[in-house]
Design a protein around this ligand. Structure first.
Ligand code: S3P
Length: 171
């Protein structure tokens, strides 16, 4: 039986709306939330993108795993917005399972993700071109499918609608 205090980890591709939905879900559930990339920034004083550019992706993944461990064991937040690659790492999936958290995959179409990536104005090192992003998107789908819950996201859906769909299925 899943307890109502169970943590919820929002996963999905870059631009799928993880941060916005996590915030809306936390409003709905009247709980605290945290963005893993922001937590990384506050611990190491550099953004994930800076770490990837300066030290490479594998160094970033090490940092990400250690901060995810903290995010799952410390703090009073119930909802965690993960970075787009966090769920693709075995060690992170294991950590999430060990902590009994529930994962929600925001399954957004590639074109919507790409539009948001482009409009975001920040060059993400792992999505530096449409081709690179699409390749990663296709590669990651089978891993995202391992999430406990899949929520289809379309451009017309408001964050509040998506959040209430998630909240409605939580125990
Ligand atoms: C990444 C996604 C980013 C950030 C880093 C790596 C990825 O987070 O963690 O640039 O591997 O997909 P967002 O999904 O919030 O953009």
């Amino acid at each position: 039986m899943i307890s109502t205090e169970q943590r919820v980890v929002i996963i999905g591709f870059m631009g799928s709306g993880k941060t916005t939905i996590a915030e809306a879900l936390a409003r709905d559930l009247k709980c605290e939330w945290i963005d893993l990339d922001e937590l990384i920034g506050s611990y190491v004083k550099r953004s994930p993108d800076e770490i990837i550019r300066q030290n490479g992706e594998s160094k970033f993944r090490e940092v990400e795993t250690s901060i995810l461990r903290k995010a799952l064991s410390l703090g009073s937040w119930r909802v965690i917005a993960a970075g787009g690659g966090a769920w693709t790492i075995d060690a992170n999936r294991k950590l999430i399972a060990e902590n009994g958290a529930l994962t929600v995959w925001l399954d957004a179409p590639f074109d919507l993700c790409w539009k948001r990536i482009e409009d975001g104005g920040v060059t993400r090192p792992l999505a530096s071109s449409r081709e690179a992003a699409l390749k990663l998107y296709d590669e990651r789908r089978s891993v995202y499918e391992l999430a406990d819950m899949r929520i289809k996201v379309d451009e017309e859906d408001s964050p509040e609608e998506i959040a209430s769909r998630i909240a409605g299925t939580l125990p």
